[in-house]
Design a protein around this ligand. Sequence first.
Ligand code: GLN
Length: 481
Amino acid sequence: MVMIRELQEGLFAGGSAEEMINSLFEKIRRSRLNAYNHIAEDQALERAREFDRSPWEGSLAGVPIAIKDSISTRGIETNCSSRILSGYVPPYDAHVIERLKEEGAIIIGKTNMDEFAMGTSTETSYFGPTKNPWDLDRVPGGSSGGSAAAVAAGEAPAALGSDTGGSIRGPASFCGIVGIKPTYGLVSRYGLVSYANSLEQIGPLAMDVEDAALVMEAISGHDPRDSTSVKSEGGYLSGLNGGVEGLTFGVPKEYFGEGVGEGVDPEVERSVWDAISKLEELGASWKMVSLPHTKYALAAYYIIAMSEASSNLARFDGLRYGLRLGADQDWHSTFSEIRAAGFGPEVKRRILLGTYALSAGYYGRYYLKALKVRTLIKQDFERALSSGGADLLVTPTMPFPAFKIGERIEDPLSLYMADVFTVPINLAGVPAISLPCGFADGLPIGLQIIGRHFDEVSLLRAAKAYEDATPYHEAVPKEVI
Ligand code: GLN
């Protein structure tokens, strides 16, 4: 396994960054996972050699990081695993990439994902699915499946993903690693290719809570180029070892037994209850809470996400970015031809449904209604997490462990339903983390801890205490070369 802190110790003890990165590239080339869309070999090795000549300071000095292919990287192709963006090389870095570089990190490549982040399994990628390192016949989760598989298999010590409705936490859960969806506004979205901009955040995937906190510290904070971003108080690392004594965990009753908890795998449910007992043993208390509108979350999420997507994806007209076809025809035919050939079926489905939900006559019935439901869901979380309520909530991340490649892709609804525990968090804008809490038939199970707006400190502190008391994050998947 590759951990950020161990890598850094090696580098500070005189190890060569060039050798370390070369050995990662060696692994990636031999890998059967299809976790990467591109590796940035020339840039990464050049930067590593520079580092070896005169090492620089920074919390991530010399650390290789993999980036989801929806985050713009200057000079490195960024295509969101879509044919329509194939060949597009951004002329600028996303804010998070600038921050990683300022902290001394080395960008090693771009990871596979569901096309435009629309999916739960990384199977909608134009470049074929990524495989789960715990079982090559299974999906790694999605949409940041490439990032999660790469980290779990030791093909990167950490990675960035983006999470619109679960895309960091789901893959972290399926691959047995840690993933954080920060509070909406904590991390600048400047340079992230938008899917549903009112819901999404960039966040880290890493082998353990401390590594994830290290990356969080680097990428969070105000950026004037994203008007929704806010100043960050930080303190994620310094607050890590506070323990859980005095914290109250809320267990949403709707997520267990009847209601939205109905389709949950019994092993998943058992592992989450075991985790709750463990937290209690460590000095926390817990109580049942209620999120009464949670049953409407999936419907509201998919209407809002698809509506925003239909508007955001209008910019892909084949004239400004990527794929070019039929340039000798009139504009209208060129536009149609490029979009017909450039987008995959899931993206087309969402553009069509989103356009419908926003169209005159249906706007009030669908989109506006979904926004109202969103407010109710946000209020549910605020109530459950109010003073006198709980400090944090605990739920499963995914209702079941990783499923087989091909098993659900023909049935989009069953894929949408898999997001039942993750999408309410994006609707409410609160932060959440997924971390390993057990296994079912050798496949990892993820525990989701949810916090108050901008209270990442408590979230990370609780996750760290749980992790320190359990062995699950130490298990190594089969497919590690
Ligand atoms: N599975 C959800 C969707 O398809 C979430 C994806 C994401 O978070 N990007 O919208």
